[in-house]
Design a protein around this ligand. Sequence first.
Ligand SMILES: *[C@@H]1O[C@H](CO)[C@@H](O)[C@H](O)[C@H]1NC(C)=O
Ligand SMILES: *[C@@H]1O[C@H](CO)[C@@H](O)[C@H](O)[C@H]1NC(C)=O
Length: 328
Amino acid sequence: MPSKVSCLYLLTVVCWASALWYLSVSRPSTSYVGQLNIPIRKAPKVNKNSTFSNIRTRSLNPHDFGYLINEDKKCEAEPPFLVILISTTHKEFDARQAIRETWGDESTFPDVRVVTLFLLGRSTDTVLNQMVEQESQIFHDIVVEDFIDSYHNLTLKTLMGMRWVATFCAKAQYVLKTDSDIFVNMENLIYNLLKPTTKPRRRYFTGYVINGGPIRDMRSKWYMPRDLYPESKYPPFCSGTGYIFSADVAELIYKTSLHTRLLHLEDVYVGVCLRKLGIHPFQNSGFNHWKMAYSLCRYRRVVTVHQISPEEMHRIWNDMTSKKHLKC
Ligand SMILES: *[C@@H]1O[C@H](CO)[C@@H](O)[C@H](O)[C@H]1NC(C)=O
Ligand SMILES: *[C@@H]1O[C@H](CO)[C@@H](O)[C@H](O)[C@H]1NC(C)=O
């Protein structure tokens, strides 16, 4: 009896050791998880509970954060034409309110269904979390995932938006991802660019396209360490200030991100995922990466303008809606 047991024990140890050796030899240094598939299947038959099955299915970024606040019924009644995802931070109460009362108002267009959502992580300040919770109970337009809300986690915020669309609003037609200091000319966006009466596009992505490379100066806001991104060029990407895509792209990017090394620059990261997917972002001159002084005729031609304060948002919106009859 004892000899049988020890024999079995020895066999198990040998199996494990050889399997581990196999894995360590074949594991590529770039940690591309997909390549692990083949060696694992060849691994000796250890019992099914072994950690190998975990290695095979484990993602690089599982993104399995729970929802602290969710609005999972927003798309249930009727799929929207456009979902607006606004990356925001806890303290920007005024900015969120200005957007709700101006271009983000879901009821502006009687013939086009729009869903507006503000994206947040969890603040380290409990009071701020409670205030957002109360705001959410009034407006029902906030989604919060359980990761720490910080500048370095902005990519997680974008991915959370993609995941939300893929999970709760997959039948939407288009998605706008933007920030809380952006003015959006919704009329131009909906009727001149997206055109509700035309055939919906697939694998569509547009915005202000940047063809750039990593900044290696550590003082820069956009510093990118060489070990995180060694290449000298970024793939073409759309400025994070505002980009539009067909809703099918949300799931594609979310799934691609699960096995794509995270970069803290969210717009660059989305560009990296698009390159993997073979989707090319279109340049559209209506998207403005920089601030642009207000004039009625200028703003009629834009889709997005950056660096607009809540007060300016109200002023611009009021001026544009009250002067619809004026010709330029
Ligand atoms: C194997 O998995 C089953 C259920 O999945 C569990 O009950 C059992 O304890 C596991 N055995 C080992 C050795 O981990
Ligand atoms: C990002 O969020 C994760 C999950 O909450 C947290 O562990 C990490 O510290 C955050 N990173 C930064 C830079 O805040």
